[in-house]
Ligand binder design. Structure first.
Ligand code: ADP
Ligand code: MG
Length: 263
């Protein structure tokens, strides 16, 4: 049951998606009949404990993994393979260490072969500017901090102008202070270049800070437990009382589930 009334108006429709993984020792039921619709320009956060299938679902939306049952529609068309309309940003920034920041963003722009090299260079500098790294365009990757590397990865994912941005715990490896700054900045960036975003995290406050909607998942098998609307205005302050209230409600639902499983 998709909660958005008109699937044709949805940017993404995840329709009855199930996935198993078979190894020598066991079969894992990673996702069980996932139904979810994401509207154009909406930011949806998937939150849940490790192993509940968040990354698997994101990979299926990206077209990197095929579901065993069900399908994903992007703009009404079945997703068969990765495409430049849906780009993924991972936790480990997965940058090329032999290229500088500019070179990494230019690499992302290979997805836009229709642009002349001069235009690509201009776009690359524009997106490094957008993420606040204009002064570090030609710094080697190993000289950048973890937060700066993730800013490069964000610029690389945004520069080809995908319609959907898929983010898998992109800030998970960063310290709390660096993350707080990124939450402020990414809200500004999204305001300037509005995208449809599916953002995976196991951090409930992060999900509430960034999402229009937070989808709570549970493991074994991976299922959607509940969806929470987050009607807070932006920019949102990670440390505000309103945000903490929403996060507490979701954390309680998560704990309730864990308690039910322990019984
Ligand atoms: P999450 O991202 O929420 O931590 P994942 O999507 O990575 O969860 O994994 C969901 C379940 O599927 C886990 O039990 C995990 O061990 C299993 N799994 C994921 N990828 C594979 C794989 N390639 N082979 C076997 N099992 C896998
Ligand atoms: Mg994961």
């Amino acid at each position: 049951m998709n909660e958005v009334a008109n699937p044709a108006a949805c940017k993404l429709v995840i329709d009855g998606v199930s996935k198993w993984f078979h190894t020598d020792r066991a079969s894992v039921h990673a996702l069980d009949s996932i139904d979810l619709s994401v509207g154009e320009g909406e930011v949806v956060c998937l939150v849940g404990p490790s192993g509940c299938g968040k990354s698997t679902l994101l990979d299926i939306i990206a077209g990197l993994t095929r579901p065993d049952a069900g399908r994903v529609l992007a703009d009404g068309q079945p997703v068969q393979r990765p495409g430049r309309e849906r780009l993924v940003m991972f936790q480990e920034s997965a940058l090329f260490p032999w290229l500088d920041a500019f070179g990494n963003v230019m690499f992302g722009l290979k997805l836009r072969p229709e642009f002349a090299n001069r235009d690509r260079r201009e776009i690359a500098y524009r997106f490094l500017d957008l993420v606040g790294l204009e002064k570090f365009a030609h710094a080697p990757i190993h000289e950048l901090s973890g937060g700066m590397k993730q800013r490069v990865a964000l610029a690389r994912a945004l520069a080809p102008d995908p319609q959907v941005l898929l983010m898998d715990e992109p800030f998970g490896a960063l310290d709390a202070m660096t993350r707080d700054q990124l939450y402020e900045d990414i809200q500004q960036i999204w305001k300037k270049s509005r995208k449809t975003v599916v953002f995976v995290t196991h951090n409930v406050r992060e999900a509430v800070c960034l999402g229009d909607r937070v989808i709570l998942m549970s493991p074994s098998p991976g299922r959607i437990l509940r969806a929470f609307d987050i009607p807070l205005s932006r920019p949102r302050d990670m440390n505000s009382v309103e945000l903490a209230t929403h996060a507490a409600r979701i954390a309680a639902a998560l704990r309730g589930r864990a308690g039910a499983e322990a019984e």
